[in-house]
Design a protein around this ligand. Structure first.
Ligand code: ZN
Length: 82
């Protein structure tokens, strides 16, 4: 099993990144500039996230998801950005 396959497995502890509901979709966020997101130089960084169907269909979600992931990686402890 590759690393990416492991990332897109479902886990019982999964929840929607945006609203905390039970997730329907698992996504992988792969930033264009991984170093901005806390990766070591030369390393790629994948961030796994889950969305429920409702949030997945919301056109605002990609923007909000990126913000939430960014603040989580920065260690700010913020999990639900508005
Ligand atoms: Zn949701």
């Amino acid at each position: 099993m590759t690393e990416l396959c492991a990332l897109i497995q479902k886990y019982p502890s999964d929840f929607c990144l945006i609203c905390g509901s039970s997730p329907a979709i698992i996504g992988i966020f792969a930033p264009e500039d991984p170093q901005l997101w806390g990766a070591a130089p030369g390393k790629t960084r994948f961030v796994r996230y889950c969305l429920c169907l409702k949030c997945h269909e919301n056109p605002e979600t990609p923007k909000r998801a990126e913000k939430i992931i960014q603040s989580e990686l920065a260690g700010g402890g913020l999990t639900h950005a508005d």
